[in-house]
Design a binder for this molecule. Structure first.
Ligand code: IVH
Length: 702
């Protein structure tokens, strides 16, 4: 038997239903106005009206908490601050782009593409290259469910909570879920507008806080905040520029169609995008932008050119981390004039002193620049750059800013105050004696215990091309070199091998500020696995003067083990292909130095591997010295060099009579000429491939 619910209950239910209907109506209205305001910049109502809608929704949700859903506009800033971000594996790698700098290079790119897919009538989409950060957004059943940073392209960090605070990212798409793929990914660039950057820095100036460098870094920092409230206070923006993976069929067959589709769903696409049928028109469009870039509300560092048709994109594919179907036209470097306050000197891992410029901050190439490279002493003397000069500073993209020249006319009347630069006679970090080696331009700090040298050396030891210990960057290196252990007069790191003693000091290390348990354990795991790096990496890591990657590979291949290398006589070293007398002597001296010998002994005891993989020996290119020049279609430069090494060959940077052959791709002028003059065999990419295949190399699709 069921009886009628009492009248109050019925009334309550009716009220709830009415509230539910109103809440849904309000959310639809707010979403619509958010889109008009944040994405299209075409508001239909004023702030007061908008606030009324928003307040009504918030009040209703407060009265009926059951009606609150995560995708409600009131829930953009929700959740507590996290302790750290979790990792996200990208289903498909997030790629980067090859650069071109002028019409000629653009045309060469186009010609390569046309040749490869044998199609002429290609259409191009040109978009401003936003100077921000790449992100990935995942939508499921029409709802925003996950946002991630690019990271290394394969793995990023989950920053969903932070991205939710961007008003231009719709939490719910503007289409019935049934009409959408169940799940798909969109990629785009988050940026900070120039106005927002100025607003933030204005606040900081008033508060006496250090100013932010540039909009890009500030946007990056804002996205990596553990507390979404901070991200929300920064007012970041976004343009989407690519449809990523799609579950099931792709709803479109070209990039331009994808962009229209995404725009229709409420995602912000760049209105300055244009489509062209010919490459010459593309070049004109790019050239036109150089003048106009400053007028934009956000920073751009070039134009991205994409082949529109997805079939063509698929056929062209990817080489290394770069698609062949897209390219970035980068703008030339920007210059500005500012006062050179001081010429300061930094100390590198080999003790070399490098002068650099401390500048009156100036905005150039999209960033506030207060330091710039002066290259070397000769550069300073040749151009007569003096502290107190007004100088021309140049900056392009991610390149380190540089001092191009002094403005001599601005010296007038101050000549007497501006003295020519001289290297200091003692190390600016440790006070050690500074010396200049004969026949060399560089000045050195002679104190082997100089903390600057050591911390740079540690950083280098752990770097990618060396022992590759992730999580051991500049800050960690400096901190451990600089921090005294609690129970002794020693620092945590006083020599490179101390890195391997760190795991035993876990408890002590946890007492150091800003060193957390999780980070530390991850670091220890990376320290442990670094012990398996081959000899060639170790030789790079221990900083022998004049020994870079190529030389280290040659030494490791030739000698096979550290023991053999340590025992090698000077003549043995000189007999190695590609190694000249200066390098040979440097290696020989290094191995005979008692401190270095003790370091290697300690690394042996720590369990660091001391030999090279010799499986490559006897490969089809064994004994050959090969030079690669120009750009290849099938491989990136790094890939082809690794392939050659894996097959037993040696990669050399310069063409000489000893060169076995030169692999010449597109471009590559001077090395090609040198090979022709010396009569060295030139192979184009096809001939090189043929030769590899004839040698039994099993082709794997690039
Ligand atoms: S397309 C495979 N389009 O530039 C294509 N990238 O140098 C991948 N970027 O990581 C990128 N604006 O962060 C594309 N309109 C645009 C872009 C753009 C900025 C960034 C992006 C990418 C980097 C590559």
């Amino acid at each position: 038997m069921t009886s009628e619910p009492p009248a109050e209950v019925i009334a309550e239910q009716r009220e709830l239903e009415a509230a539910r209907a109103r809440v849904e109506d309000l959310r639809a209205q707010i979403r619509h106005h958010d889109h008009r305001y944040y994405t299209l910049s075409q508001p239909e109502i004023g702030d007061t009206q908008y606030d009324l809608l928003f307040r009504e929704l918030r009040d209703l949700e407060a009265r009926f908490p059951d009606l609150v859903t995560p995708d409600s506009p009131t829930q953009r800033v929700s959740g507590e601050a996290t302790v750290e971000f979790t990792g996200v594996q990208h289903r498909e790698p997030m790629l980067s782009l090859n650069n071109v700098f002028n019409a000629e290079e653009l045309t060469a790119w186009y010609a390569r593409a046309v040749r490869r897919i044998e199609r002429e009538n290609l259409r191009f989409v040109c978009e401003p290259k936003i100077d921000g950060l790449a992100i990935s957004l995942v939508y499921e059943n029409g709802r925003f469910v996950q946002g991630a940073t690019r990271g290394d392209g394969l793995r990023g960090e989950d920053i969903t909570a932070n991205l939710r605070t961007l008003r231009s990212i719709p939490l719910v798409l503007n289409a019935p879920p049934a009409s959408l793929p169940r799940a798909f990914e969109v990629r785009g660039e988050v940026y900070m507008s120039k106005a927002e950057f100025a607003r933030l820095n204005g606040e900081r100036r008033i508060a006496g806080e250090q100013l932010y460098m540039n909009p890009r870094n500030t946007a990056a920092g804002s996205l990596r905040q553990l507390d979404p409230k901070i991200t929300a206070s920064r007012r970041l923006d976004l343009f989407v520029y690519q449809l990523g993976w799609v579950e099931g069929d792709r709803p479109v067959d070209s990039h331009s169609a994808a962009m229209s589709w995404l725009g229709g769903l409420g995602l912000p696409t760049n209105p300055l995008t244009q489509t062209f049928a010919g490459i010459d028109a593309v070049a004109r469009f790019c050239e036109g932008w150089v003048e106009q870039r400053d007028a934009l509300e956000y920073g751009i560092d070039g134009v991205v050119i994409k082949i529109d048709d997805y079939n063509a994109q698929r056929e062209l594919g990817v080489v290394g981390r770069e698609p062949r179907w897209a390219v970035a036209w980068k703008f030339p470097a920007e210059q500005a004039v500012t006062r050179l306050r001081q010429i300061e000197v930094s100390v590198g891992r080999t003790g070399v002193l490098t002068p650099f410029a401390a500048l009156e901050p100036v905005f150039v190439g999209g960033a506030n620049v207060s330091m710039a490279t002066l290259h070397n002493l000769d550069h300073i003397h040749e151009l007569d750059i003096r502290a107190g000069d007004d100088v021309i500073v140049q900056r392009a993209g991610d390149v380190i800013p540089q001092v191009v020249a002094p403005v001599l006319s601005r010296r007038e009347g101050r000549e007497a105050d501006l003295v020519p630069f001289a290297m200091p006679s003692t190390c600016p970090v440790c006070g050690g004696e500074v010396r200049r080696n004969e026949n060399e331009a560089a000045y050195y700090c002679t104190n082997r215990r100089c903390p600057a040298q050591l911390s740079r050396g540690v950083e280098h030891f752990a770097s990618r091309g060396a022992m590759d210990i992730e999580g051991f960057g500049e800050k960690m290196a400096f901190q451990l070199v600089d921090t005294l252990r609690p129970d002794s007069t020693h620092h945590y790191i006083e020599t490179l091998s101390d890195i391997y003693a760190l795991p035993a000091l876990r408890d002590e290390l946890l007492t150091i500020p800003r060193i957390g348990e999780k980070k530390l354990d991850a670091l220890f795991a990376n320290i442990e696995s670094s012990k398996q790096q081959p000899l060639s990496r170790l030789l790079v890591a221990i900083t022998m003067r004049h020994v870079g990657t190529e030389t280290a590979r040659a030494l490791a291949r030739h000698f096979g083990t550290m023991t053999a290398l340590r025992e090698a006589a000077l003549e043995d070293l000189q007999a190695v292909n590609d190694i000249g007398p200066i390098v040979a002597e440097s290696v020989y001296d290094f191995m005979r130095d008692p401190e270095n010998a003790a370091l290697i002994d300690r690394l042996v005891i720590a369990g660091v591997r001391m030999d090279e993989d010799t499986t490559a020996l006897g490969g089809p290119l064994e004994g050959l010295s090969i030079v690669v020049t120009g750009s290849l279609d099938r491989w990136s430069r790094n890939e082809v060099e690794e392939l050659i090494t894996r097959l037993g060959g040696k990669v050399s940077g310069a063409v000489s009579k000893k060169t076995s052959f030169v692999v010449a791709g597109e471009g590559g002028g001077s090395k090609r000429e040198k090979a022709e003059t010396l009569g060295v065999v030139l192979l184009d990419e096809a001939a090189f491939l043929e030769r590899l295949r004839a040698d039994g190399w099993a082709d794997t699709p690039a």
